[in-house]
Design a protein around this ligand. Structure first.
Ligand code: FRU
Length: 451
């Protein structure tokens, strides 16, 4: 344990700020996506709006651009478009933790309260659920002296027991925590009258054997009056972050939902969290990355960024994500075309080279001929492709930079939408491309000079 409370936080903040100037000069530094001032980030944590302010926390290793003992970084915004860095919120400084793993935030009668997993490396691995509160609008946090509030998983469950999501309901509070039993991923439900005393209720949802061996970052949120359950399964080949729409029955403590669907069809999307803001609007943010990939930005002292905030709706049982409308605040010069300036080969190219662009293409399926390829060019004749096939009514967004005319590896994802009007909105930043192809989304962290 730290001799003086706050010493670990101060040390972490100083180390991060020492590298921040180099990170800020990095050519791949995002201009409007959330990233840490320096160091490594992964999952978004503690998404909340309170007192009009949106807070986004994230898993942070402030000492290097690699994963290490986890802290919680923090950014805040009044409009979801402009973000201010706040001081690091949590450092692992207690005897029960080597890292402060992912979790959530709630407004408890005006007190911003974080729930997180205290992770002990082991062996044996130990994971327990803890709380921390802020009495100064999120500038500083005090860990609950009763921590860990849930010291261990129920008997029979794996020691992997992490990423609490808490919401109000049934006259009190519910919490789900990701875990595993008998080699199957699951989310466990706890109830509390006061956010301090937690009682285990049972399994909220579990794998039928085909959806992963452990579930990370389980998340429950109501969207347009429907229950939506998200999780990031370990050991579910071909899937990163899935969801189900359905309903949660507080009496039985069970979630029942429809088919599992992928949240995002790009390669860089994990650990999404959804929450309702103060006007009941559902929003989602995810980590725009994946485990085990090299980071060309590590040389500049930073690695990793979060997706844009996305507004959620449920249509025909499916989740539809659109960039938060507030992002229009970032628009500068606008260029408008009535007809797509397509080349004879059905291609359309836009000069990207790491610039911040928002592109919007609106068309009807029957007007699109055979389809088109939108190239986000990184150099003349080369770029990142987004392909639409009108016959299939499907999109594909191969991850990489390819020469125009290359034989592209196309993994078609059908829109499966009754709506003949198609909208493709693409947001690029210095090292990212997010394509919203109603209702599909493709997210990639990609450097313009990637080959
Ligand atoms: C998901 C995850 C979480 C964990 C965190 C640790 O990416 O593995 O389960 O809390 O990252 O940084």
């Amino acid at each position: 344990m730290e001799a003086k409370p706050g010493a670990a936080l101060r040390r972490a903040q100083e180390a991060m700020m020492q590298t921040a100037p180099a990170a800020a000069r990095s050519p791949l530094r995002p201009r409007y996506h959330i990233a840490a001032p320096a160091g490594w980030i992964n999952d978004p944590n503690g998404l909340i709006q309170t007192g009009g302010v949106y807070h986004v926390f994230y898993q942070l290793h402030p000492y290097s651009p690699e994963w290490g003992p986890m802290h919680w970084g923090h950014a805040a915004s009044r409009d979801l478009a402009h973000w201010e860095d706040f001081p690091i919120a949590l450092a692992p400084d207690q005897p029960y933790e080597d890292g402060c793993f992912s979790g959530c935030a709630v407004d408890a009668g005006g007190v911003l309260t974080l729930f997180y997993t205290a992770h002990r490396d082991g062996p044996p691995l130990r994971e327990s659920q803890c709380a921390a509160r802020s009495f100064d609008g999120g500038r500083t946090f005090v860990k609950d002296p009763q921590n860990p509030l849930i010291p261990a998983p129920p008997e029979g469950f794996s020691a992997d027991f992490r990423d609490p999501k808490v919401w109000r309901g049934g006259g009190g509070w519910h919490m789900i925590v990701g875990s595993s039993h008998g080699g199957r991923g699951c989310a466990l439900l706890y109830d509390s009258p006061d956010l301090s005393r937690w009682e285990y209720r049972g399994i909220f949802a579990e794998s039928d054997g085909s959806s992963g061996t452990m579930w990370e970052c389980p998340n429950y949120c109501e969207v347009d009056g429907r229950g939506v359950f998200l999780f990031s399964p370990i050991g579910m080949p071909g899937h990163k972050n899935v969801y189900q729409t359905g309903s949660f029955d507080a009496r039985s403590g069970k979630f029942t939902g429809g088919p599992l669907r992928e949240l995002d069809h790009g390669v860089d999307f994990y650990a999404a969290q959804a929450f309702q803001d103060e006007r009941g609007r559902a929003l989602l943010v995810a980590w725009m990355d994946r485990w085990g990939e090299p980071h060309p930005t590590a040389a500049d002292g930073w690695a990793g960024l979060l997706t844009l905030p996305r507004e959620l709706h449920v249509q025909n049982g499916r989740l539809v994500q659109q960039p938060a409308p507030e992002l229009a605040l970032l628009r500068g010069e606008t260029l408008a075309y009535r007809r797509l300036p397509l080349r004879p080969d059905g291609a359309l190219s836009v000069d990207w080279r790491g610039q911040c662009l928002e592109l919007e293409l609106l068309f009807r399926r029957e007007e699109a001929g055979r389809g088109f390829t939108l190239w986000l060019d990184t150099a003349p004749g080369r770029g990142v492709p987004i392909v639409y096939d009108a016959r299939r009514d499907a999109f594909a967004a191969p991850h990489g930079v390819f020469p125009h005319g290359a034989d592209l590896p196309l993994d078609w994802v059908p829109r499966e939408s009754p709506d003949p009007a198609v909208s493709l909105r693409v947001f690029t930043d210095a090292c990212s491309v997010e394509a919203f192809a109603s209702p599909l989304v493709f997210t990639s962290r990609i450097a313009p000079d990637a080959t």
